[in-house]
Design a protein around this ligand. Structure first.
Ligand code: ADP
Length: 185
């Protein structure tokens, strides 16, 4: 079975877009920490106000906040049989916490999908999409954070890793990911 999944990749790699497609095809909820944070900001909740500054500056939200939010989200009934995590874990500490959560429910991760895209392409894509946190300085900062904190997860998850080339048409990339997942079963 391949229903407890993590999607990793640098900002701008198309994780959000692919996560929506893959979660539909696989019938599991798409859980994006970026989307969860942005919804809290839009609702002007206490959590939203606490995280806004980090997001605007391209920094990671502190682990305590992020881990607690994910733990709660994964406890919701729709995630009981599977999920596709997008944007979490983003560092080794978060990966350790995810490991704990999964041990508690006695289900391991089935696969970690890495979306691979060159840095030049990433910057180009992010400048084109123009989200609030997509100006060049913030983008460079987010790419640095990815390199330093998130990329080590590729080794951490080497046993479960599926690497997918993230350059190409949206459908082409999702087909590659699905084929690789099925081949792993
Ligand atoms: P991108 O993939 O382009 O970085 P996201 O929507 O995944 O966009 O994340 C936007 C911002 O939300 C990040 O720059 C960071 O500030 C915050 N964020 C998202 N996920 C996490 C996480 N797991 N830990 C800490 N901060 C996070």
């Amino acid at each position: 079975m391949t229903n407890r999944l993590v999607l990793v990749g640098p900002p701008g790699a198309g994780k959000g877009t692919q996560a929506v497609k893959l979660s539909e095809k696989l019938g599991v909820p798409h859980i994006s920490t970026g989307d969860l944070f942005r919804a809290q900001i839009a609702a002007q909740s206490e959590l939203g106000q606490a995280v806004q500054r980090y997001i605007d500056e391209g920094k990671l939200v502190p682990d305590e906040v992020t881990n607690a939010m994910v733990r709660e989200r994964l406890a919701e009934p729709d995630a009981a049989d599977g999920f596709l995590l997008d944007g979490f874990p983003r560092n080794i500490g978060q990966a350790d916490v995810l490991g704990e959560i999964l041990r508690e429910i006695d289900h391991p991760l089935d696969a970690v999908i890495e979306l691979k895209v060159d840095e030049d392409v990433l910057v180009e894509r992010m400048l084109a999409r123009g989200r609030a946190d997509d100006n060049e300085d913030v983008i460079r900062h987010r790419l640095g954070v990815y390199r330093d904190e998130t990329a080590p997860l590729i080794d951490y998850y080497s046993d479960q890793l599926i690497t997918v080339d993230g350059v190409g048409e949206v459908d082409e990339v999702s087909t590659r990911a699905l084929d690789a997942l099925h081949a792993k079963k």
